[in-house]
Every structure is written in C-alpha cells, then in structure tokens.
Design a protein around this ligand. Structure first.
Ligand code: PLP
Length: 452
C-alpha cells in the first residue's frame, strides 16, 4: 500500500484530471479517496467524509450496495459484453428498456442507450434533426438552450451547455445552437414576484423563436432544475409556460434528466416535479447510481413513431450502447430504488426535511438565499444580507467555504459563491442533521476567515 505522498506524486506525474488547473493541482496535491460506505467516503489518510454530492450527483443509492455489486459480478461471469448493432441484443438490455418504460411517464416507451450524459445529449442533437428531416422540414436545425447550463463535455454537449469558459476552448458552440437566459430569480428577478419572473423567463424562449423564425427551430433543451449551474430551481410557472410555447410553435421539448432523474427531485423524473411532459429525456448518472457508466435518451411517442415508422436506419450508436453489465447494474439499482421506496421518501420525508434545515440555515449572516428541490439544495453566499449584495468573484468565497468543508469532513460543491448539496437518496434524517451541522460550522469558519 502506498502512502498519500506516493499516490500524489504518481498522480501528478501521469494523470490529467477533468476540469482542473493541472499545474495548480500538482502543487497542491490531490486527495485520494479509497473507500465508500453508505453516504460516507474515506481518504488515504483515513479521514471520514460525508459525501453531500453523491460523487458527482450520481451515487443515489449510496456506496457499497451489495445488490449492485452482485449484479455486475453475475453479468461479468455470464456475458461481459455483447453489442446491439447486428440485430442482436442481450437480456439485461431488453429488461432495462422494459423497466425504464415502466418508470418513465407513459408516453415514453422507447430508449436509446449511450454510456454517458454527454453522449446522450449528442444523440439528442442528431435525433431531433433527424426527426425534422423525416417530417420534411430539414431547415429546423436550431436547438435553443440556456446560458450557464451544463449538458456535457463532448463537442455537442459542451455546445448545448451555456458555459462561456467551455465555449472559449475549442471554438464552440457548433453551428445551430442558440442560448437564452436561465430562470435564475436571485440574479435576474429580484424585486419581481417569483411566478411573474418565471413567466418572463419563459417568454425569453418565445422571443428567441420569433427572432430565429419558428421554421428554423428544432428543439428546446433544459434541465428541470439546473444542477451544475448552481441548483437553480425555477419558479413553478416556468416549465408549464415553456411547454405551452413549444407546443405553440411545434418545437420539441427535451428534458435533460442526467441529474434530476431517478428520484433526485422526489419523482422518478424531474420534469414530473415540474408538471410537464417533454418529448425526449436524456439520462445517465443515477440510472446506475454511478457504479458503472450508462446513459441514454428516453424517446417519447411523437419522435419514436417518426423514427420507427418512417425513419429507416438511424445512423448513430456506440459500442457500449446497451452494455450488458451496465444494464444489469441499472436493473438492480432501479429495483433497489423501488424496493426501498426512495423516490417517495425523498418526496414525503427527506426532501421536506432538507428544506426545513436549509430554511434554518438561511438566517446565517453569510446566506442570501436558499433553494431546495427534493434532495438537491443551494446556499447563496452574500457579502451583505440586507441588500443581497454578492461578493466580488475575485474573492472566491465559495472556494474558501469549500476548503473548510473539505477540512471538516464534508464534500459540498461551490458554483461561484453558491454552495451545493445533492446527497445520496438513502440519507436519513439524522444524517441530514449531521450534514446541516457541518454546513453551519463551515459557514461560521468562512465568516470568521473573511473577518466579517
Ligand atoms: N447533463 C447534465 C445535466 C449533467 O449534469 C451532466 C454531467 O454532470 C451531463 C449532462 C454530462 O454527463 P456525463 O458527464 O455523464 O457525460
């Protein structure tokens, strides 16, 4: 067994981490996570850490679930790989497609598999353009998305995303992607009634459609609750209005369920919490609780009928589409979520309890607003509470707070000065109390460090 310093030296010598300043990381040394159990992780120094981010929003059933481990082992022994290209498939892929059709809203009876959310969103770009080709409207090419959105790191995923830093590297977005503002009340709507703001934010979509010409627009894509953008919970008025506008212009509505899917918001899919039925949904992460990679697109009736009845060959697919080990793990994962009633637990018990705990934290002098939806939550740090004045971004207050969390055995994510949680869905009330206690401690330490 190597020491932490040895792990760090080898890591710095050979491993380029995603979304990382390589030089800065090499200087600082990486943290080596060695083990997980339930909602906790341990590092190579033996420190226990409460993982309030479920890995990267994915370990919904927590670490160390025997049913998933056994499902992977059994499938590896029986048939570790076979593809679904040669008019062939495998039992786990068939069963998972069946099971997804059961848990998704009734209009979703078909699935196209990928290995990640990024690949799922790449599939969306090709699939919606293919749909409009089949309809004899090939000019409908543009997909409208939102600023500050994250939809993945492939060329199409990063283009759909609205992160300017990502666009600056690699000449993105690809042609045919157009971005509108996000429904971020704290930043863009203060002074306005939240629901009025939701309708105004939806109207930005209509304005863009009119500007581009509806006959050019293929689809609108968004996350029910923007996750990596900072857990931006839209007003209740937003999504029904978005659906109405898409219907008015015949535009396809795509829900990116990569974070919100599989119970995170208290329903199987986030769009259900938002009260809308999209035409397509992308998923990944929580489908396997991150134990192995799997993603895909749930295809609603409107697009499925066109593709199946009139489309001919859809020239798209991945070696690992419908990977049998990934599908076997997903089946065990969905069975665990269903058997333990985790979706209902989030909706009726732990989600409302998190909301209560965050409400209490909102009195803290550093906190400008809190937002939760199911088991995802955000705490907006502010310089002046009374006037909701934010910090100078140069101060990197969110990163200061994140460092205190790390030191005190809590993983929270900082999105600018918005502190984010999305704990495993198996978390108990007592563990949520522990998490909230640690958050309060770290807010106090951050406040003390700022000398306020
Ligand atoms: N879509 C959303 C909403 C995500 O949060 C992510 C990843 O965080 C992705 C897509 C990309 O998924 P992946 O990292 O599996 O490619």
């Amino acid at each position: 067994q190597r020491t932490t310093a040895e792990w760090q030296a080898a890591d710095a010598a050979h491993h380029l981490h995603p979304f990382t300043d390589f030089k800065a990381l090499a200087g600082r040394g990486t943290r080596v996570i060695t083990r997980g159990d339930g909602i906790y992780l341990w590092d190579s120094e033996g420190q226990r850490i409460l993982d309030a981010m479920s890995g990267l929003w994915c370990v919904n059933v927590g670490y160390g679930q025997r049913a998933l481990i056994d499902a992977a082992t059994r499938q590896l022994e029986t048939l570790p790989f076979y593809n679904s290209f040669f008019q062939t498939t495998t039992p786990p892929a068939i069963q998972l497609a069946e099971r997804l059709a059961e848990v998704a809203p009734p209009s979703f009876q078909h699935v196209f598999f990928s290995s990640s959310g990024s690949e799922g969103n790449d599939t969306i770009v090709r699939m919606v353009r293919r749909y409009w080709d089949i309809q004899g409207q090939p000019n409908r090419q543009v997909i409208i998305s939102r600023l500050n959105a994250y939809h993945g790191s492939t060329m199409a995923g990063a283009s759909l995303g609205g992160m300017s830093g990502m666009h600056a590297q690699g000449g993105l977005p690809i042609p045919g992607i157009s971005h509108i503002e996000q429904p971020f009340w704290f930043q863009l709507g203060q002074g306005m009634d939240r629901e009025d703001f939701g309708r105004r934010a939806a109207a930005w979509l209509e304005a863009r459609i009119v500007q581009l010409g509806a006959d050019k627009v293929a689809a609108f894509i968004g996350e029910p609750v923007q996750g990596a953008g900072g857990v931006i919970v839209p007003p209740a008025s937003y999504w029904p209005e978005i659906r109405r506008i898409c219907d008015k212009y015949g535009i396809l509505l795509v829900s990116d369920e990569v974070i919100c899917g599989f119970g995170r918001t208290g329903r199987w899919f986030g769009c259900e919490t938002m009260g809308v039925t999209p035409d397509l949904m992308t998923f990944a992460k929580g489908v396997t609780s991150g134990y192995v990679p799997l993603g895909g697109v749930m295809v609603g009736e409107r697009v499925a009928r066109a593709l199946i009845d009139e489309g001919g060959e859809f020239q798209h697919g991945y070696t690992y589409s419908g990977h049998p080990v990934a599908c076997a793990v997903a089946l065990a994962n969905l069975e665990l979520i269903r058997g333990e009633g985790l979706v209902e637990r989030v909706r009726e018990d732990t989600g409302p309890y998190l909301a209560r705990l965050f409400d209490e934290l909102s009195a803290h002098p550093l906190v400008g607003e809190v937002q939760t939806c199911g088991l995802m939550g955000a705490i907006q740090l502010v310089r002046d509470k009374a006037s909701s004045t934010v910090f100078d971004p140069e101060q990197s207050v969110g990163m200061l707070c994140r460092a205190h969390c790390f030191e005190n055995g809590l993983i929270m994510r900082a999105v600018g000065d918005r502190m984010i949680v999305a704990p495993p869905l198996v978390i108990t009330r007592a563990q949520l109390d522990e998490m909230a206690g640690l958050i309060r401690l770290c807010l106090d330490k951050t406040l003390a460090e700022l000398g306020q």
